[in-house]
Design a protein around this ligand. Sequence first.
Ligand code: AQP
Length: 341
Amino acid sequence: MDSVEKKESAERKKTIFSGVQPSGNLTIGNYIGAIRNWTLLQNEYNCIYCVVDMHAITVRQIPAELRRRTYETLAIYIAAGLDPEKNILFVQSHVPAHAVLSWDLGCFTMFGELSRMTQFKDKSQKNADNINAGLFTYPVLMAADILLYQADLVPVGLDQKQHLELARDIAVRFNNTFGDTFTVPDGYIPKTGMKIMSLADPSKKMSKSDSNPNASVGILDGYDDIIRKFRRAVTDSDTVVRYADGKDGINNLMTIYSCFTGKSFEEIEKEFDGKGYGDFKSAVGETVADSLKPLREKFTALMKDKAYLEDIMRMGAENASRIAARTVSKVHRKLGFAQLK
Ligand code: AQP
């Protein structure tokens, strides 16, 4: 392929957008539900992956920690296997177009729609002393993130499905009013691992902002810590390792084990036939700890080179800004804003 052909082929590829908030220590839920799938998609698609720091401030953050986690999240992306030369990796607040389009789209989003968002209801309960307007309009910013880049596909975990559907509704509404402007995005939700549950309460999603340190397993947790957390995982009074209704804890551990080993539930049941929960929990812990070891080592090396991470941030912001500016200009022309040449 000559360079023109290469460019045309790149242009024919579909676009993917996704992101993670640097709002805590990233969990294996974030890894299985999102980041791991991003790495599998990077050869087939034009991928744009963002550290969504503006979303993170919907919940109060300690500034120094937010800054540190922003670097860490980018380093995790790269350590997990995302190639900064192939993908656009950037930090949301470095591209002001996200805030600009969010305002525009907010005027096409109904109060009733936002009121129905379950994450808003959950987070309002958890942060009763800080139910701010940003928490309420979070899904509009998420729609702007996606629609700015005319994304075809958005790989997310199940908890983001409702927000993604709202982004689609906003895009369709805008397109119906002003003519074709936005690509209407589809979700890409993994079949296994779409919702990893808390190890302390398997009826709840594993979340990086959970205050119970035993509820979640961090991507960067130490080897022994990971094994200890799995050993303590809440299960049930049965002793047989099998996937069944009412065995939320074991179902969750089987899902995690399946995601890290590629084994089916039947294979896992056979492997642990005649063995107890103790053996199974140890095996899950060791598998997860072993699988994440190379990522952790790469992460540690990357964090020693802040200048490299800043180069990636800068390059990503430039590339993302270029694409975002085209969308904003198109939207503003359609809305009737006077545009200076
Ligand atoms: N438990 C999970 N199982 C599968 N996927 C998950 N994701 C999050 N938790 C799980 C997916 O990870 C991506 C990034 O999530 P986010 O940072 O945008 O925020 P979130 O969805 O609210 O995730 P957390 O970990 O629960 O963060 P906090 O505690 O800050 O709210 C998304 O694709 C999400 O689906």
